[in-house]
Design a protein around this ligand. Sequence first.
Ligand code: G3H
Ligand code: 13P
Ligand code: ZN
Length: 318
Amino acid sequence: MIVTTSDLFKIAYGKFAIGAYNINNAEQIMGLFRGCIMSKAPFIIQISKGARKYSDKRMMEAMIRAASEIFPEAVFAVHLDHGDEATCYDCIDSGFYSSVMIDASHDPFEENVAITKRVVDRAHAKGLSVEAEIGMLGGVEEDIQVDEKNACLTDPVEAVEFVKQSGCDSLAAAIGTSHGAYKFKGRQSLHFNVIEKIKELSPGLPIVMHGSSSVPKEEVLRINAAGGTLDPSACGVDENEYLPAAKLGVTKVNIDTDGRLVWTRVHREYFRDNPGQFDFRPPGIIFMDEYAKFIAAKNEKLGSAGTLDEIKETLKIK
Ligand code: G3H
Ligand code: 13P
Ligand code: ZN
């Protein structure tokens, strides 16, 4: 059942984080729903502009509606990831989405506030909530590349002022992560001091962590052993930091890259081991199963696993 993002946030805030998973195709959707049911977790299914274009936005919506029928016990919200103003309006008007993200973080503060405020007004009028971003994460977001030296941590004082002026419901803050498979060289921790300060200045504000993939070393090595050339020194977020961050208000944790690594590993290994094969369904079946297991394991780390009954009771869902 599709619920509002703000309902999920109200229940999770300060206790656990909701996994927000980017999806692009039917196999991912099947694996996502299965994994969340296996682990008894609520979730956010998030669609980027790229995902809306990959097949067709109507295809994405229809597949998600179908999954909701196939898995009636699933409780989830539908979210636009990294939207521009026009895409936000399209999603708000579609009546399908629970929430949108307006990402004007590359604009100056005043412009970011003005754009976000316009989206907030349109979204709130239709009962949707809005995630906005301040500070710049490194890595690649859609077609914009932010190099590491231009990436900067969110200033908590500025963040609170931004939320006050824009009226956004949740805040994507730059707390040391970046998008993609190449986040850090070597071990690096989240900037807990920034998270703590935002919580102190803005108690109750759900913080969103982008770039949360952990880029497991064994996954990278298996991909490379099957013909890939990923940089083996690439390093992601320590999964054991998800829950401590959640306790400080990180309520939504965005994961895309790790799921892509699962897809790449399964398909590279399958076609390496079955060079005469050209039916894509056998690896697709393996992928759905592996993706479901991957999602269930992430939900355990996020603390959302096992919370489905509480969520249903609180939201009065049969
Ligand atoms: O943060 C961006 C997400 O990983 C979505 O990626 O724009 O390639 O669909 P995408
Ligand atoms: P990763 O690239 O770390 O998976 O981050 C995804 C994300 O932030 C989507 O908005
Ligand atoms: Zn992101």
